[in-house]
Structures are given as structure tokens and as C-alpha cells.
Design a protein around this ligand. Sequence first.
Ligand code: 3H9
Length: 717
Amino acid sequence: MKGTVHYEVKDGVAILTVDNPPVNPLSDGVRAGLVDNIKKAEEDGDIIGVVLTGAGRSFIAGADISEFGKSPDGPGLDEAFKSLEFCSKPVVAAINGSALGGGLETALVCNYRIAGPAAFVGLPEVNLGLLPGAGGTQRLPRLVGPAEALKMMLTGMHVKAKKALDMGIIDEISDDLINDSVSFIKKVSSESKDHPKVRDLNEKVLEARGSDNILLEAKAMAAKSRKGQFAPGQIIKCVEAAINLDDFDEGMKKESDYFIECLVNPQREAMIHIFFGERAASKISDVPRETPIKDIKKAGIIGSGTMGGGIAMCFANAGIPVHIIDQDEDNLKRGVSVIEKNYQFMVDRGRMNQEMKEGVFGLISSSLDYNDVADCDIVIEAVYENLDLKEKIFKTLDEVVKDDAILASNTSGLNVDSIAAVTKRPELVVGTHFFSPANIMRLLEVVRGSKSSDETLATVMAVGKKLKKAAVVSLNAPGFIGNRMLFGYTAQANMLLLEGALPHQVDQALENFGMNMGPFRMLDLVGLDLGWRARKLSGAEAALPSKIGDQLCEQDRFGQKNGKGFYNYSEGSRAPNPAPENEEIYKAVSAENGIERREISDEEIVDRCILALINEGADIIEEGVGQRAADLDVVYINGYGFPIWRGGPMHHANAMGMAEVLKKLNIYHEMTKSDVFKPAGLITKLAEVDGKFGDAPSKEERKEKLSFSESSVAGNL
Ligand code: 3H9
């Protein structure tokens, strides 16, 4: 059994400590421990009450996520919660750290809640495709009111102790949690035999009865921020039951039914795959866990443009002082004022207060002198993509920055080894590919140079975690992971346009599939002219998929930046309007290239674009450029708008079944004759054995992969 609950007695109070490192989930051993120890406290006539707390930095991080989809051993949560809620002696939840999901639900079945100053609470089940299924949807609305409860459950937000106190989720904050909880028990048990139960507090739910506003607002919120997800609707139905049903236990029954529907929905498996995938991605298979990590006390950024400014904000937000260098005073002033405006925007939106803004903005300094980053522990170069310029900067940094500092390049595709080679410390050089806007996008591709040391990699992964990024390692190979996959996806979108589809049809089909933004809206946002200008300079001919984009540029249609591209944009608006005037261009380019336009179904659009991602992803895994299939899913969800509820492209392939993936690839290969659909070796192998991406390779295969990856990277560059 996993986890346990310790029992000790202090001044006649039983102290129950949940111990299931590192975050104390409610695994089978914990549930059994709760039932046994509450019984023990009940049976001991000298015990006047119970304090429930957690060992280490967490109170209880929720149900054990790894148990979902299996048949768990030991007593269920229901039994453990009943023993707490109906204990004849008062029970205080002494919340020492995170009380999330089933953890907060545990605290809600206790009579009282006292929190340490660093504690935080939340019901983040929605992020796992679930709803709070241990009474959270029925008890939290009773405590804080249905509107606040819905906000917490639909966002999954963490609420710090101070705010939780203001909201009424906890009763007190204490610096001396256990002693104060014991004194609290002594006080309340001497005053009364009756102790409050959240299930009996009906006032706030009754107030909401008879008005639909709260539920309608929640539905609007879910439709906007959780498009395509199943759990939010279920959560709202649970709260509706809490508001409208007189009997608490009937509400609990509804919650249980709706929870089971979430549990068996494929979205739950997909989202839990990403939860564990993000955590697995932070571990590098051949870098030992005990590798020392450098302490990053100060960071430097070279370049004050959009990327540099965004990265600086990430460090400041994490409480790490950061110094920005630019070579141009006007650029620097502009860059710093953009950062200030971004923070002000957050203040205006109520996302931070003025004092917090001053605190984080105060961590950012700037100058024109490279010597000012000499004492930094990490310096990230974030200038535009030009190898000569980056090499020049790295030579200077190598001279001025202290010898043991890490030097990182925020490149989206340049060769990190070439950049490292100009320094005397290639082992301290890596790529850190942030995504724009860096202060918002969660993805961080960490590019492993051939000489990057274990310590450098482990440190940069730890920095990624501190900056709250989803950090994924890629070998130093063209396009790394994400852009290499994107290439085939956008090429297919463009080919579909050449073959007869229109941009809004392609975008709509992929947005209906769940993509955050269709490919043509994305191309308009990025700008169509980058490749076109480069080709004009070099005289290179556009490849077939780029021909329409280049023709649009010839007509001065560069995308959102000048109000027209694949779509038209009204002044000051980012909303795409159809551009029927482009249709003649599409027809002409198709005809010039001997392509007969035809009706194309939405199914074909989705199949071709998504299969292109999957097929390229399979090669990336087989070459060892990405460590594991789930890493690619983490990349695509956090950097490219793939729907989290489908679990990423590789998980989606697993859900389709590898035989089906192979069948479809063969059909489109035959139809298009394009190598994009020539089934990857890994897919063919997996289809033969009814396997899945992510099936553990044997030791021999892993060894083979690692040595192959080294040669393939060298060959690719
Ligand atoms: C639920 O409660 C459903 C109920 O309503 C109804 C039931 C009927 N279970 O994140 P970290 C592992 S659903 C199992 O790196 P941090 C994690 O995989 C649950 N394992 O640490 C990792 O393992 P490894 C609702 C868990 O300090 C290790 O712990 N609760 C669980 O950055 C460390 O995790 C949530 O959604 C778990 N519940 O952050 C909370 N939680 O070392 C989910 C973590 O092998 N958890 N692990 O890679 C979190 O948000 C963060 O882990 C937390 C700590 C903030 C607690």
C-alpha cells in the first residue's frame, strides 16, 4: 500500500500526519490510515479531538492521480471521509502546504480549518478532465457561495492562505500550526459538543436558488476558456444540484454520477497523460537525478525586444533579479517601457496590485554595458536569428561573464553547437527556445548541445520549473521538436489550399478539431513576408506549399501587420474577415502548377494536417531528437495550441490506434504521393505489434537509439 498516516498524541489531542512523499496524495495506504486512526482516536476516551496535517511541504495534493483508471485497493475515499466528517470529536485540518483537489475536499469534511502562512488551496480537477468528486462541488458552494466556488473549480486556480481566509474557506492562519490547532481543539471542545459541518451550511446555496445568472455566467466562462472540454459542463451541473436540491446527499449522488462520466471520458486519460507527461519531460533520461544544480541568483538578457522583454518578465515574476542589455539606447528605453506597460495592464485587469507590480518591476534593471551582466549566473541571448550576430555576442559574453555562468541562446532553429564553439565553455552553453509572448506561453524547448554538461542541463531544467514553464529537451537538430513538426503541418494546410480548399474552411475544420487557431490565421499573425523576403534576397524559388503565400506578398498582403493576408482585417482589429479577392490568386497558382482544384472535405483537412504532425513526430522519437512521445505532446499543447483534451498529437495517434494511423497514412501517401505521408518506420513497427507511442523500449533499443541520435544530429546539421 502507498503512503501512511502517523498517529501521535499531544495534550489529549490526536495528531494525524499524512505521509506519502513528495506531496501526500490520498493513495490506498493513506485512506486506510485515515480510517484506522480516526477509529483509534474515537475509541480512546482520553482523546478530546483530532488534528489532521501533512508531512513535508504539502497537506494533501488530492486523490492519487495514478490510481485513476485502475481498481484501487483498500477503503474508498468515501469511507475515509465519512469517518472524518462523522467523528464524534472535533477535527481540525491543519493545512501546512498545498491542499488541492481531494486535499481541500478532505479539509472540507473537517469541522475547522487552520492554515500555515505558506499554505494554498484549490480544486484543480478540471485540469485533469475531472470534477471535484469527493464532495467539493457540494461543500465549497456552501462555504464561499456558488459563484466563487464555480470560479475556483472552472479555473482550477490556487488560492493563497490569506485570500482563503478572506473567502471563508479557512478559519485562521497560524505561524505555529500544530500547537495552535491543539489549543484550538482544547478551546472548542470545552465550549461545545456540537461542531460545524460544511454540509449543513445552506444559506449561500439557498440565496442563489431561483436565479440562473450564476450558472449562465459560469457557462459563458467555460465556453470561452475551456472550449471543447467535457468536465466544466459537469461541474456546472453539480453546482446546479447543490443550489437546487434540498437534500445534501442527493447532491452528492449527482456529483458521483457526473464524476464517473468524467472518469470514463477519453478526455480524462488525455489530460492526465499531459499532467504526468509534463513532469516526465523535466527529467532527462541519461542525466542522473542527483546531478548538482547551480543556484541562479541573477540572470542577464541580451536584447530588449519582444522576446528579451518577455523572458526578463519570466525571471522577475519568479523573484530572480534580471539585467537587460541592448546596444541601442532607444531600443532599450522602448523595451523597458513595454515591460512596464505589460505589468500596468495586469494591475488594470486586477491580476496584480500596485505593490506587487513595483516589486517585480523593481527586479528588472537595464544598461548598454555588457560588463553589467558579468556577475550573472545565467545569461540568455535573445536577439534576432542571425548566426554571425549570435556568435559575436557569445564571444563577448564569454570574455566578460564570470567563468562558471551558463550562456544560453534563445534561438528557434540555429545550430547551438556552432554558437557554443566560439566560447571557451561549450559545456555551459545550451539553447533556450522560449515562445512568444515569453511571459505568457508555457513552452520552453531546452536545446542540448553536443557538449552541454549534465549540470548545465539539470540547472536549466530547474530554472524552467522556477519560471513555471513546461520545459522539454530537444537534441540540437534542425527545427528542434516543435518547428520541425509545424513545418509539415503548415505545408499540408497550404497544399490543401492549392488543391481547392479555402483558408477559412481549413481553419474552421482544424479549430473544430480543437486547435486554438487555424494555420492561416496563425500565418497571418506571424507575417507572410519573412520567407518571401529571404527568397527574394537569395533568388531561391519557393517550394510548392509556399507559392500562394509568396503571391499574396507580391500583392502587398503580408498578414495582420498591414491589415491583409489570407484574410482582411479592419483597422485595430485582429478578427479575420474572408478575403474573396484572393480566390483568383489561389486559382491561378493552382493552374500554373498543374493542380486541378476540387471539393475537399473537413475530414481530409484534419486527417492530412494532423497525420503530418504524427508522422514527423514518430521520426523525431525514433531519431532520439525528442526523448519520449509524451514530450512531443507537451510541446504541441503548450507551444502550438493543440487541444489539451486530446492529449497531444502522439496521444491522439494512440487513441486512434496505430493500425488506423498506418491505414490513413497509406491512403494519403497513395493520394498525394508526398513523402510527408510515407509511414514512419516506428509507426509501421508499432502497428505490427498493436503497440502505442510511449511503450517502453527495451534496454537494447534505447542504447541503439542514443547512438543513432548522435549520428543523426550530426548528419542533419
Ligand atoms: C482529485 O483529487 C479528485 C478528487 O476530487 C475526487 C476523487 C474521487 N497524485 O508537481 P510536482 C506527483 S484529482 C499522484 O513535480 P511541485 C507528481 O507526478 C487530483 N501523484 O511537485 C510528481 O511525481 P514525480 C487533484 C502526484 O512541488 C511529484 O508528485 N489534485 C499528485 O512542483 C511531485 O509533483 C491536483 O490536481 C497526485 N495528486 O507541485 C494536484 N500530485 O516526482 C496535482 C503530484 O514522479 N499536483 N504528484 O515526477 C500539483 O498540482 C502539484 O504536484 C503540487 C506540487 C502543486 C501539489
